[in-house]
Design a protein around this ligand. Sequence first.
Ligand code: URP
Ligand code: ZN
Ligand code: ZN
Length: 463
Amino acid sequence: MSVLIRNGRVVTAADSTIADVYIEGERVSLIGTSLDVDADVVLDATDRLVLPGAIDPHTHLDMPFGGTVTIDDVTSGQTAAAFGGTTCHIDFCIQGQGQTFAEALAVWHAKREGNAIIDNGFHIAVTDLEHGGTLEELATLPAQGVTSYKLFMAYKGVLQVDDETLFRTMEVAAETGALVMVHAENGDVIDVLVKEALAAGNTTPLYHALTRPPEIEGEATNRAIQLARIAGAPLYVVHVTCKDAVDAIKTAREKNWDVWGETCTQYFFTDITDLEEPDFGGAKYVFSPPVRDKANQPVLWSAVRDDVLSAISTDHCAFLLDGQKTLGRDDFSKIPNGAPGLEDRLRMIHHFGVNEGRISLNRMVELLATNPAKLFGLYPRKGTIAPGSDADIVIFDPNRMTTISAATQHSKSDYNLFEGTEVKGDVDTTLIRGTVVVQDGELRVEPGFGQFVKRARFMEQLV
Ligand code: URP
Ligand code: ZN
Ligand code: ZN
C-alpha cells in the first residue's frame, strides 16, 4: 500500500516547505517537490499543513481514580485523540497497592488489547515498593519498552509516595536509563489544608485550589529537582501550572541540570475564577495541580516559547460532571480530579499559540510531537516527518473554523473545558503508520488497529 500526500506545507520542528510526502507501507519513504511516483492513494494537501502526528505524553484512560473510573476507555479516549491529530500517547499504568509491576502492566495491556485506535506506550506509576513491586523488578521494565517511572508527590493515602520511595526510584532510573516523572505538589501539606478547610465548613470547588496553593507546587518541584540531582537521574516534571514551579525548572535548566517540564493545554485557558461557576459547574475545573490566578498564563506561554518547558500534554483524565464530579457536591475533596482534553490540544495551541503569535508553527510541532518523542524514546520513529519514520501524519487545514463543544467531541465526557471557543485551524485527515484513521469526519479503522510501542531508554543528547 502506498500513499502520496501532494502539495502540502510540510512542517517539522526545524523546517517548513511545500512538498509531497510519499509513504510506502507504514513509513515515509520520500519527501520532495513534484514527486514522480505512482501511489494507491493520493491525498491533495494544497493549502493544508502536513504535520507530524501529535504525541501526548500524559493521559489517563480507563483509570480507577477518586472513587470512580475515568469515563474514557481506550477506544473512546483514543478516538478523541485521533480526531484531534494525536497519533500516539503514553498512558500511566498505575501500580495498585500490593501489585507487582508485571501484574500492573498486565492489567493495563488488557485494557488496550483489541481496543486501541492509535499507538500507545506506558509509563509505570510506582506507588508501593514495600508489598508488591521491588526495585529489582523496576529495573527490568526498560527492557520491556517501559522507560519512564512516574511518582506522585501528592494524593496522600492514594497514590502519594514518600521521599524515600521517590529517591530510591530515582537511583534505579540513574542506573537503567529511565526518565523519572513527578507530579510535584506537597501532598502532606495539602492534606492538612484540606482538613482545615472542611472543618471550617468550606466545601465548595473553589477550596480545591485554595488548599493547594502554588507554593506547594514550587516546593515539591524544587525538592524533586534536588533529589534527582543527588541520585543522578533525569527528571521530567508533569503538568506545571505556575511561576513558582516554572522558576525552579528555569534555574535548573540554566545550570544545565537534566530537568525538563511540561504544562497542559488547560492551564493556558482556565483560571481560579472558573471554580466559582454556579450550580456546581466549578467541579468541571477540579484537577490537580489546580487552576491558578490568571497571571500565571503569560508565564506559561513564555516558558513554552523560551524552552523552559519542553512539551504540552493534555493530562486527559475525563469524568462526567453529572454522576462522577457530583460525588463531591458536598465536599470538594471528593470531586474526582481530572478533565478531558485529548481532542482539543492541537487546535487550541494552534489557534491561541500560533495564530495569535505566541509561538511559531515549528515550535508548536516541537512541543506537541518532536520533544515528547525525543524525551520518551520514540524519536525519530515518531515525532517528525522524515524518510524512515512512521507515517504518522496530520493534514491540517489552517483556515477551517470550528466551535469547540461537548456536543461534537468524541470523548464520553459530558462537558468540554473550552465549550464555545472558536478556533481557526483544525484536523482534516489523520494517518497512522500510513493508514488513514480519520477522514471527512469519520473514523476509518476498527478498534485493535493501534499498536503498543516499546520505547527506547532516555537519551539526553537528543533533547
Ligand atoms: O487532576 C488530575 N490531574 N488528574 C489526573 C491525575 C494526575 O494528577 O495527573
Ligand atoms: Zn498529576
Ligand atoms: Zn495526570
